[in-house]
Structure formats: structure tokens, C-alpha cells
Design a protein around this ligand. Structure first.
Ligand code: NAI
Ligand code: MG
Length: 506
């Protein structure tokens, strides 16, 4: 079996995407100007389905990061953004959302071409989600406020009183470092609250998927964000990313990506003790109980792991099923997997696209092979396909034990390991037997079981009878090695604020 790619389905159709790709050598955004890297070096942007170069991006590094941080710092110190009224900032954020929506078909095509994802994933889930972030945080700008505080201080001069309050101030210059799996929405989850707070930002998008970040930079400028407030520095992680994380004039790093890279960022941030927010890896359980509505649970468990070709940090990659329905559920998920259409993401029929690059596809394949040699059974899938070697067929693995790498490590591809539940008392222990704690889902019609397990599972999000339900109002982030702090939700804006206490004797 191989993946046949219809050549007519590999080209964008929107005038916007065609025009954007016509100028092949893209520039990055520093201080309001579109510039090359100081070194002049470039990185190819590749369509992972065909291996074709669709454009090039500047290979930014330390010199470029220095320049962008300087521009961001100047814009912050001058107050060109943070001193605008909340109403003015909110209007600009709302406008960014409008512009994303006005260009949504173009953005979806560009994301698919650069990342590989099936078009519907970007068009109907992620990019509307990106616009939603800007709308949600547009509404937050006017709700950023401090408190007046009553104290018990009793040593003020006689006849005087204490008056104390807090102020919320933007944290300053923020570096955002983001991954390649769901570029636009993950970027928006950082940019929107950061701009709402009044900060200036340097975005370092993933080197594999920087085209839409560049296009988003154009839209953000068009919406009226002043020069220097939002900058995009493209480049490799160990060059541009590391320089940003180390920079002494950056006040905060907001990172989404792998746990090992999160650790490197933490070390790099130690120099000036900049604040760090981390949204890291996961190995999230989907737990299907015998009383579940199987018409929901079986497709739901399949979607939990195969959506976006399995490249989702909260994907349901450990499938635990109560023993008496184990065979039925695993066969059901495997049937869905076997029926999924693989192909170029721009083909509207495609459900499984390529993995973002060959290196990542090789890594997924080596996990599958490792599972096999450890004695696990490949129920379906497990093949690496296509002339580019970037396609991995949706894979269901059974007969595993808890020590196997396929059960413990984040694979970040369309691969699920299925394991039986002997007794419901085991559920919390099984679900929590991971160094990660990002998300989980429980499939049951029994309210008390749902509540019991939602309470017992150590994860930042627990879904019941669903998985992958996202909203800008719902906080998302991890327990344990899945990270620090939360994106989305009201408190996400706090990631970009400092609290100042003012205490007066009056
Ligand atoms: P990564 O975590 O290394 O990349 C994420 C971002 O960090 C990219 O923008 C990258 O350029 C940057 N980066 C890399 N090294 C850096 C450094 N030393 N300093 C600062 N920034 C740096 O992810 P990668 O290597 O692309 O994928 C490796 C694994 O990470 C995947 O196999 C997958 O398991 C996991 N992953 C998890 C994601 C999640 O959301 N949980 C997202 C992407 C990858
Ligand atoms: Mg690419």
C-alpha cells in the first residue's frame, strides 16, 4: 500500500495563498520592517506531503534576536501600545480577529501546505480558534484591574491612615516560542493575552511552519499594532529560540513544545531570572467504561488520537477500556483507523495528512517498531508510506505493558496504545501512571463515575464524553511534567502582568 497524491490537489486555490507564495523568499518582522537575517541565511519551507520547497524564511539567530528585542523594548518604554486606552487596544485585537476571519481560507491553505494537516483541521477548528483568542482577549483588556486592600498595620504615625492598593502592569518584553503542530492557534494563545496586557512581543515560530506566522504578522500590522510591539523572528530553535530564551532584556518566555526543550528554556532563562510559562508534552488517557454510549465513545476515542494526524499535545494516546467491552472498542477504533483516507492535506477528502517532516515521521515509526520488538501487537497501521516517507498510517497497538516506551513516551503521531481495565478501582492509578498530566477523557453515562474520575485524575483538563473541546475561555495546561501555568481563560492575561502593591500613609 502506498499514498497516491493527486497532483491537482497539491496547489492552493485562494488568490491570497497564491499571491503569498509567489514571492518565495519571505522576510521576518522587526520593528515594523520586513527584513532578512543579518547572516543572510535562509531555511526552506517544505510541503511535507510532496517534499517540495514552497518558500524560504530567514534563518534568524542571535544578532536578529538582539535587534528585535531592542525594537520591542523601545516600543514598550515609549508606551506606544501599553499607554493606549483599554478601548483602543481592544479595538485593535478585535480587528486582528476580523482580519484572520476575512483571510481564513488563505491561512488554512498556507497552514496545510507548510504543516501537512488536513484542510478541515485548520479551516474549521484551529484558525477559527485563533480568531476566537483575539476576540476573547479583546474583551479582557478593559477588565484588567487591581484591588484596594484593607491592612492590619498599626505602626503608622499617629493620626494617619493606611491606604493600599494593587496595580496590574504589563510585564514588559515577552518572547513566545511555539511549535509546528497547530501553529496559528498556539501562537494566538500567547499573542492575544500578551497584547491585551500591553506588552511587546517577539514571536519565534517553529522553523517547519513559519509561513502563517509571517502572514499573521502582516495582519497584525494591518490591524494597527504599532511598529516594534509585535515582531516575528524566524529561525532554528538552538539559534533564534535559545538566544531569545537567554536574552537579558526579555522579561518573560511563553513556550509551547516538548518537555526536553522546555527544560533547556528553563536553564537559559536563569541568567536574568525571567519568568517562564511552559505548555509541554502529554500522554493523555482516554478512559472508556462499559456503560459508555458507544456511538459517541468509539469515534470519540479515535478522533482523540487521529485528529490533526495525531500531532496534538492533548491527544488521547493511551486508550483504557473496561475489560468486558475492550474487544468491541478496540475493533471499532481500528475499523475507523483503517477507513481513514490518507493524502495531501489540500485534498478535501483527506483525513490523515503527512507528518510535519521526515525526521518526525522516522521517530514515530521507530516508536512503533520498538513497541513491536518489545512484544506489543500492531492491531492496524504501523506503516511508513509515501515517496517522501512522511506518512504514517493510523496505528492501534495492543498487548502492551506499562513499562514499554510506547506506553510511557510522547510519540506525537497517529498512534494509540489500548489497554484493558480489570477493575474500576484501578482507573486513577492507570490514568496517573505517567510523568505527564496534560489532559484526559472519561467516557461513561454514570454521573458518579464521571465525577469520581474527573476528581482523581491529575491533569490540567478532564473531558467527559468528549475529547479535544477547546475554547478561549477554557484554561489549558499541564500538571506534572506537562508544564507550568495555563493558556486561555481569564487568568491567562495574568501571565503577562506584574502586580504592584502601593501602600500609602495618608
Ligand atoms: P521542540 O519543542 O524542540 O520545538 C518547539 C519550539 O521550540 C520550536 O519553535 C523550536 O524551534 C524551539 N526550540 C527548539 N530548541 C530550542 C532551544 N534550545 N531553545 C529555544 N527554543 C528551542 O519540538 P520539536 O523538536 O520540533 O519536536 C520534538 C518533539 O516534541 C516531538 O516529537 C513531540 O514529541 C514534541 N512536541 C510536543 C508539542 C506539544 O505541544 N506538546 C509540540 C511539538 C512537539
Ligand atoms: Mg513546512
Amino acid at each position: 500500500m502506498n499514498v497516491v497524491i493527486d497532483i491537482n490537489m497539491t496547489k492552493p486555490k485562494t488568490a491570497g495563498a497564491i499571491a503569498f507564495l509567489k514571492h518565495k523568499d519571505k522576510k521576518m518582522l522587526i520593528g515594523g520592517d520586513w527584513v532578512d537575517a543579518a547572516s543572510g541565511k535562509r531555511i526552506d519551507s517544505i510541503d511535507p506531503a510532496t517534499g517540495q520547497v514552497i518558500g524560504t524564511i530567514p534563518a534568524g539567530a542571535k544578532a536578529d534576536v538582539d535587534r528585535a528585542v531592542k525594537a520591542a523594548r523601545e516600543s514598550f518604554d515609549k508606551g506606544v501600545w501599553r499607554e493606549k486606552t483599554p478601548d483602543e487596544r481592544a479595538r485593535v485585537l478585535w480587528k486582528i480577529a476580523d482580519l484572520i476571519e476575512a483571510n481564513i481560507d488563505e491561512l488554512a491553505e498556507l497552514e496545510t501546505l507548510d504543516q501537512g494537516k488536513p484542510l478541515f483541521v485548520g479551516r474549521w477548528a484551529e484558525i477559527p480558534g485563533a480568531a476566537g483568542q483575539f476576540r476573547y482577549f479583546a474583551g479582557m483588556v478593559s477588565k484588567i484591574q487591581g484591588e484596594t486592600i484593607n491592612t492590619s498595620i498599626n505602626y503608622q504615625p499617629p493620626g494617619k491612615k493606611i491606604f493600599a492598593y494593587t496595580m496590574k502592569e504589563p510585564i514588559g518584553v515577552v518572547g513566545a516560542i511555539t511549535p509546528w503542530n497547530s501553529p496559528l492557534v498556539l501562537e494566538a494563545m500567547k499573542i492575544a493575552p500578551c497584547l491585551a496586557a500591553g506588552c511587546s512581543m517577539i514571536l519565534k515560530p517553529a522553523e517547519d511552519t513559519s509561513l502563517t506566522a509571517i502572514r499573521l504578522g502582516e495582519l497584525i500590522m494591518e490591524a494597527g499594532v504599532p511598529a516594534g510591539v509585535f515582531n516575528v523572528v524566524t529561525g532554528f530553535g538552538p539559534d533564534a529560540g535559545q538566544a531569545l530564551a537567554e536574552h537579558h532584556d526579555v522579561d518573560k518566555i511563553a513556550f509551547t513544545g516538548s518537555t526536553p526543550t522546555g527544560r533547556k528554556i528553563l536553564n537559559a532563562a536563569g541568567g536574568n531570572l525571567k519568568k517562564v510559562a511552559l505548555e509541554l508534552g502529554g500522554k493523555s488517557p482516554s478512559i472508556v467504561l462499559a456503560d459508555a454510549d458507544m456511538d459517541l465513545a468509539i469515534p470519540g476515542a479515535a478522533n482523540a488520537v487521529f485528529f490533526n494526524t495525531g500531532q496534538v499535545c492533548v491527544a488521547g494516546t493511551r486508550l483504557y477500556v473496561e475489560k468486558k467491552v475492550f474487544d468491541k472498542v478496540v475493533a471499532g477504533v481500528a475499523d475507523i483507523a483503517k477507513g481513514m483516507k490518507m493524502g495531501h492535506g489540500l485534498d478535501p477528502a483527506t483525513q490523515i495528512g503527512p507528518i510535519v517532516n521526515k525526521r518526525q515521521a522516522d521517530k514515530i515509526k521507530s516508536y512503533i517498531d520498538g513497541g513491536k520488538s518489545d512484544g506489543a501487537e500492531i492491531v492496524c497501521g504501523g506503516e511508513q508510506l509515501g515517496t517522501t516517507g512522511t506518512f504514517i498510517s493510523p496505528t492501534v497497538i495492543a498487548k502492551t505493558n506499562h513499562n514499554m516506551k510506547v506506553v510511557q513516551e510522547e510519540i506525537f503521531g497517529p498512534v494509540v496504545v489500548a489497554m484493558p481495565i480489570d477493575s474500576l478501582d484501578d482507573v486513577p492509578r492507570l490514568a496517573n501512571d505517567s510523568r505527564y498530566g496534560l489532559a484526559a477523557s472519561v467516557w461513561t453515562q454514570d454521573l458518579s463515575k464521571a465525577t469520581r474520575f474527573a476528581n482523581a485524575i491529575k491533569a490540567g483538563t478532564v473531558w467527559v464524553n468528549c475529547h479535544l473541546m477547546f475554547d478561549p475561555a477554557l484554561p489549558i495546561g499541564g500538571y506534572k511534567e506537562s508544564g507550568w501555568s495555563r493558556d486561555s481563560g481569564m487568568q491567562a492575561v495574568e501571565n503577562y502582568l506584574e502586580t504592584k502593591t502601593v501602600c500609602m500613609v495618608v
